[in-house]
Design a protein around this ligand. Structure first.
Ligand code: SF4
Length: 327
């Protein structure tokens, strides 16, 4: 059944200015996130994943800017909004959770103050007492033990896992339409990571929100994703359901990412990393940007950028070898 699109990104081009010259970091990326859906974005560090989320949130560093394209949240175009309008959207409709929650929590204020102020900003009619009761209820829902005492604590007094739970509780209290999670579990140990992933899945269901989840960890993708996009050097090279991507990866880069993790189910602990590294944005590679690392490259890969081809419904890949294309 078609679901309402929460986020629609179309042909997004983002560039960075370095030494007075502009270098594109995202080259015409399109994707969408429906409500009650988790879209995972995967790729190695430096492939453009985080620039993508920063573009959506419009929190790019001073030397970065969106050059063209469209970013719509619930049908509203975000590009061109003033910073105060964007601030309202980030505070009300977009929830964000990062690898290090301290980037979002104020170290000088107690958890209770930050939660109740956030709740009262969101709902002006809420009294201090009501906001405190709501904060306690949200902390309970995300499984924070002894929530009354936590409200009086400062962020540095909590463990990494507890801080992420507090962040999730704060997000829940906003009832956002879109959650943006950038490597939120990378710094956590496996048990806590699993709990945080379960919480995010619950949050998505109960709030009917969409999740844009950035990770380099395919184990996390298998746990949480409904659909997946694979980025390489600022381009989308594959997109499909989590099943399509794991059972029938079409792009040599996706297959390379899969081979780079041990397969416990098949008892293969051999890890085969992809040789070479991502191209430097200041020295772009012609043709398919993966060709210097691709074992399957053919002559045209050096000069022609492969288009995205749909290989089965909802599954697409950008490679000259898919969809019956030949040299
Ligand atoms: Fe490899 Fe060519 Fe396909 Fe790029 S287009 S992934 S270089 S085979």
């Amino acid at each position: 059944m078609p679901q309402t699109k929460v986020l629609q990104v179309n042909n997004l081009v983002t560039a960075f200015r370095i030494n007075k010259q502009e270098y594109p970091v995202l080259n015409g990326i399109s994707f969408d996130v429906a409500q009650n859906e988790t879209l995972c974005v995967v790729g190695e560090s430096g492939c453009g994943k985080s620039v993508m989320t920063l573009s959506v949130m419009q929190l790019l560093p001073a030397n970065g800017s969106v050059k063209s394209g469209s970013i719509k949240l619930d049908g509203q175009e975000l590009l061109g909004l003033r910073e105060n309008e964007m601030g309202q959207i980030r505070g009300n409709k977009m929830g964000m959770i990062f690898q290090e929650p301290m980037t979002c929590l104020n170290p000088l204020l107690t958890i209770g103050y930050q939660m109740t102020e956030g709740l009262r900003r969101h709902d002006k009619g809420l009294s201090k007492k009501e906001a405190e009761a709501a904060a306690l209820s949200y902390l309970n829902q995300v499984g924070v033990s002894n929530p009354e005492a936590r409200l009086r604590q400062y962020p540095f007094q909590l463990s990494g896992g507890l801080r992420q739970r507090v962040m999730i509780a704060m997000m829940m209290s906003m009832r956002p339409r879109l959650l943006i999670a950038d490597e939120p579990t990378t710094a956590l140990d496996v048990t806590i990571q699993k709990q945080v992933l379960l919480l995010l899945a619950k949050l998505k269901r109960t709030m009917n929100a969409g999740i844009l989840f950035i990770t380099h960890d395919l184990g996390v993708v298998a746990e949480i994703a409904d659909r997946v996009i694979v980025l390489y050097a600022g381009r989308k090279v594959e997109e499909g359901t989590v099943r399509q991507i794991f059972e029938n990866p079409q792009h040599p880069y996706t297959r390379g990412l899969m081979a780079a993790v041990p397969n416990i189910a098949e008892d293969t602990f051999e890890i085969r990393p992809i040789p070479g590294s991502l191209p430097n944005i200041m020295e772009p590679v012609g043709g398919c940007s993966f060709h210097p690392r691709c074992k399957e490259a053919i002559a045209r890969c050096k000069s022609v950028i492969p288009p995205l081809i749909e290989t089965s419904p909802g599954h697409m890949a950008a490679c000259h070898l898919v969809g019956g294309q030949t040299a």
